[in-house]
Structure formats: C-alpha cells, structure tokens
Design a protein around this ligand. Sequence first.
Ligand SMILES: CC(C)(COP(=O)(O)OP(=O)(O)OC[C@H]1O[C@@H](n2cnc3c(N)ncnc32)[C@H](O)[C@@H]1OP(=O)(O)O)[C@@H](O)C(=O)NCCC(=O)NCCS
Length: 239
Amino acid sequence: MEHVLSKTILISQTIELIAKKYKLSIEEARNRFYQSDVIEMLDDDETGLYGESALYLLSLYENYFKNKCIETKRLLLRKPRIEDAKPMFDNWANDPEVTKYLTWNPHENIEVTKKIIDSWLEEENNPKTFRFMITLKDSGEPIGSIGVVNYIDGDPEIGYCLSRKYWNHGLMTEACKAFVKHLFNKGFNKVLIKAVVENIGSNRVIEKCGFKFTHQERLEHQSSFKPNPVTVNCYELVK
Ligand SMILES: CC(C)(COP(=O)(O)OP(=O)(O)OC[C@H]1O[C@@H](n2cnc3c(N)ncnc32)[C@H](O)[C@@H]1OP(=O)(O)O)[C@@H](O)C(=O)NCCC(=O)NCCS
C-alpha cells in the first residue's frame, strides 16, 4: 500500500516536472508521460531502481521520446501497444472507407485488431521494423498508423492510414514528412510509396511530401483478400 502511494506521488511529481520544463498543462504532461514506456518500466521494476526520484523518471521519459518517438507540430508518433486495440478498431480498422484502397478488409471485431497488434509487437525488435501509432499530441488519442510495409531492393516502402474523422486537415502529410525524415536519419537513401490511382487523397499526400512519380503498375488482384484488379501509382523520394 505504502509502495503504491509513493509510486503515485512520484508519478505526479514527474508530471509536474514535465509540465514545467516543457511549458505544458498538467493534463498534456500527463498524457505525454502515460504515452511513454516509463509507466511500464515502473510496473515491471522489482528492484525499486526506477522509483528513485522524479528527476530520474524525467530523464527516462526524455530518453524515451528522443529515441523512440517522432514529434511534429500536432502529432506524436510512437510505438504500438496492446491498449491501442480499442481506439484502433473504433477509429479506423473497422471502417470500410478507410480500407477501400488498402490490401486488407475492415476488422470484423476487436479480437482481429488485438491479433494484428500482437503480431506487430512480436516484430518490434527486428531492426527492419518501422511502425508507429499516430496519436494526437494534445489528447494522446491514437488516430492512425504509419510504417514500412515492404522493402523493394532494400528500399523501404511506406504505408499509412488515418481515422476518417481526421481526414483533410493535413495530418497525414505532417506525419509522412516526419516519418520520411526519420527513415533518412536511419540511413536509408531512398523511400518508396504506392497508391491506387483512384485514391485521390493519398496521391495528394504523396505529392505534398515531395515524392516523384516513377511508373504505374497494373495488379491483377488488389491483394489476396481483394480479387479486383487495380492500377497503382508508384513514387520515390531520394534523400
Ligand atoms: C489517404 C489519407 C491517409 C490522407 O490523410 P489526410 O490526413 O486526410 O491527408 P492530408 O489532409 O494531409 O491531405 C489530403 C489531400 O487530399 C485532398 N483530397 C482528399 N480527397 C480529395 C478528393 N476527393 N478530391 C480532391 N482532393 C482530395 C485534400 O484536399 C488534401 O489536399 P490539400 O491539402 O491540397 O487540400 C487518408 O485519407 C486515409 O487514411 N485514407 C484511408 C487509408 C489509405 O488510403 N491509405 C493510403 C494507402 S496508399
């Protein structure tokens, strides 16, 4: 009981430090802190090492954001977690409009979403895995995802999707530009992206991010789940 109480105090002290240092409201600082993996570290910690002081937790928090997140003006891109299953299912994975031009079909229930996130978590330690949840910086709400979906001759190909209620506010352009920069920083010199010709929004995002159109591909089937033929525009962006 005493341990739980001291942990609670320590967490609120850390949140206050974050708010002060980064000039955020307490609520915003709390959202950001809870989006980091420091809470998980505290929960798993049996040595009491992490619970030493709020300053120590602040340094763990800062380290997390520096190494594992991508921050933009309005967004925080962070690693997926199993708790994302509900917002992911509710916000975009169950929406046929979102999956219309994607290779997969809308998830029938949240169990499907959980399985997908589980498989993502298993791949997290693979150095070729680059996958982020797109969250709103202010509220912490997960609203989409972006990642490397394929490698072609060693070059990463990007894929993304966003909850329909946030479309057309420039959010994916903001996320994609930052993600491309992240991949360039990781040592890649060329990134690729494809969009179905009819997917006007995505082709526009790609254009706004500065990609160059290279060619079109005609696919007999959109994917193994979708038998219809499609034509995709293929683009590249060189560092
Ligand atoms: C494609 C998608 C990611 C775009 O995200 P977004 O945050 O809405 O993108 P942005 O707001 O940054 O840019 C969208 C652009 O497309 C334009 N646009 C969208 N639909 C349009 C339409 N039907 N006609 C003309 N322009 C359209 C918007 O006006 C905007 O351009 P602008 O900034 O010049 O006005 C989002 O619609 C989505 O998740 N779709 C479903 C998943 C998907 O298709 N993923 C891509 C697979 S390649």
